[in-house]
Design a protein around this ligand. Structure first.
Ligand code: XBP
Ligand code: MG
Length: 248
């Protein structure tokens, strides 16, 4: 029986990457007097690496071979990421990153029906809270698992195992929403049934282990498109659909 819905944040609840995290990384690079710039297109090549600090390290290793790493490399990365986080918070405060279609509608329905809600994200806890405060309400989510709360980030399953432990639920009692292959791998590795709400950065990734792939959650006047999986004549993802997928 379905008891809880677990949401990823970046790319799933809101389109945060292209005009949020990416812009914040670039501002931090400029302020650190680094001549790095992540274009919209290039950022798609970095996104499979989950976690901001991990993404910067990956970029340095594979794209900045000439870069002279400072002695205190970990501190350098941490400071750069702290500044990026501040810029990202500024963007969130300006309300520039709205929710994806159908997210608020579905969350309202989930709450009305007494189902439980949780968050499992790689993004840092502070920015996750800021996003939830400016769009939904953090108190609606019983567990908010974010950032460095686990050492091994997605695609490792640690964050989902952590959420299941805190909810005291079995994987069969939950459904996950994710937007990326790394997120799907993390959830499926914890035996969780996962629906993919694909976006422009992730739409050609491998989602073969998802129970349903859609282009969004849809609204009554803006129907979703099922990219794989049967949804009957539904126009949007609703709780009866989730219950039928959970039982299947
Ligand atoms: C989200 C991420 C994050 C953000 C950056 O992945 O990969 O790294 O891009 O956030 P997912 P921080 O949606 O799979 O959880 O800079 O706060 O790490
Ligand atoms: Mg995501």
């Amino acid at each position: 029986m379905l008891k809880a819905i677990i949401f990823d944040v970046d790319g799933t609840i809101a389109e945060t990457e292209r005009d949020g995290h990416r812009v914040a990384f670039n501002r931090a690079f400029t302020e650190a007097e680094l001549d790095w710039h992540w274009s919209r297109e290039f950022y798609g090549r970095l996104l499979p690496v989950a976690g901001g600090k991990e993404r910067i390290r990956f970029y340095i290793k594979y794209f900045c071979k000439e870069f002279q790493a400072p002695d205190r490399f970990n501190e350098f990365i941490a400071a750069l990421h702290r500044n990026k986080t501040q810029h990202y918070q500024d963007i969130l405060r300006k309300g520039e990153l709205p929710l994806r279609s159908g997210v608020k509608r579905l969350i309202d329905e989930v709450r009305d029906r007494g189902l439980r809600l949780a968050i499992a994200t790689t993004s840092s806890h502070s920015t996750t809270m800021d996003l939830l405060k400016s769009t939904l309400d953090p108190v609606w989510f019983e567990v908010i698992a974010a950032g460095d709360i686990v050492t091994r980030k997605k695609p490792a399953s640690d964050i989902y195992l952590y959420v299941l432990d805190k909810l005291h639920l079995a994987p069969s009692e939950c459904i996950v929403f994710e937007d990326s292959e790394a997120g799907l791998q993390a959830a499926v590795g914890a035996n969780l049934k996962t629906i993919i709400t694909a976006n422009n950065y992730t739409k050609s990734q491998n989602f073969s282990k998802a129970i349903l792939i859609v282009n969004g959650l849809g609204e009554p006047d803006r129907p979703f498109l099922s990219l794989r999986g049967s949804v009957g004549d539904r126009k949007y993802v609703d709780v009866p659909l989730l219950e039928s997928l959970c039982g299947s």
